[in-house]
Write a protein that binds this ligand. Sequence first.
Ligand code: MG
Ligand code: ZN
Length: 212
Amino acid sequence: MIKTIVVKQNILSHNDELANQIRQQLDAHSILALNFMASPGGGKTSVINTLIHLLKRKKRIAVIEGDVVTIDVNILKKHKIPVILANTHGACHLDSLMVLKALNKLTLSDLDVLFIENVGNLVCPANFPLGNHSNIVIASVPEGDDKPKKYPNMFRHADIVLLNKIDVLPSETFSMHRFQSALLKINPRATLIPISCKTREGFDSVVQLLFK
Ligand code: MG
Ligand code: ZN
C-alpha cells in the first residue's frame, strides 16, 4: 500500500504565522489595520496625524509607532487616543512579534481603526507582513519621480500609493507623468492618490477609499 504523506504546501515563516494571528485578532474585532511605509521624512506621521484629525469623531483609532524615540508618539498622543511605541531597538523594520506585543497593550474591543507607522525605510519593511489589511506607501515630491523605479519591491507591495507634498508642485525636477508611468509598470493594481498634508488636498479621496 502506498502511504501518502500530506505535505503542508505553504510552510509559513515565523513572521507570517504571527501575522496571521494578528489578522485573526483584528478581524475578530472588525478593526481595519493599515501599514504606512515611507522613507524618513516622507510624511508618515503627518499623514496619520491628518487622518486622525479627519476621522476621530467617527472612528475609534489607535496607533502603533515603530520607532526608537517617542517624538512622533507624543505628536499623535495630542489627539487623546492610544499610541503605543513598538520599540524596534534599532531594527530597520517592524515585524509581527513587535506588532503583536504592542497589540496586547490595546483594548481591541474599543477600536475601529489601527494605524501602524513602520520604520522610515523603503527597502525591507515590505518583506514583513504584519497582519494588516492594506499597505500604504507614501512617496513625496521632493524625493523625486524615480522612487518606484529605485525601490520596486516596496511599490510592488503597495495597495495604495500616496504622493505627498504636492503643494510644492510645479517642480522643475518632478514629473507626475514619469512617476505615474514608473508606478504603473511595477504595480498596475495600486491606487495612486496625490496629497498634501499642508493643504489637505487629496485627503477626501483617501478617506473615501479607505473608510466608506
Ligand atoms: Mg514618523
Ligand atoms: Zn529591516
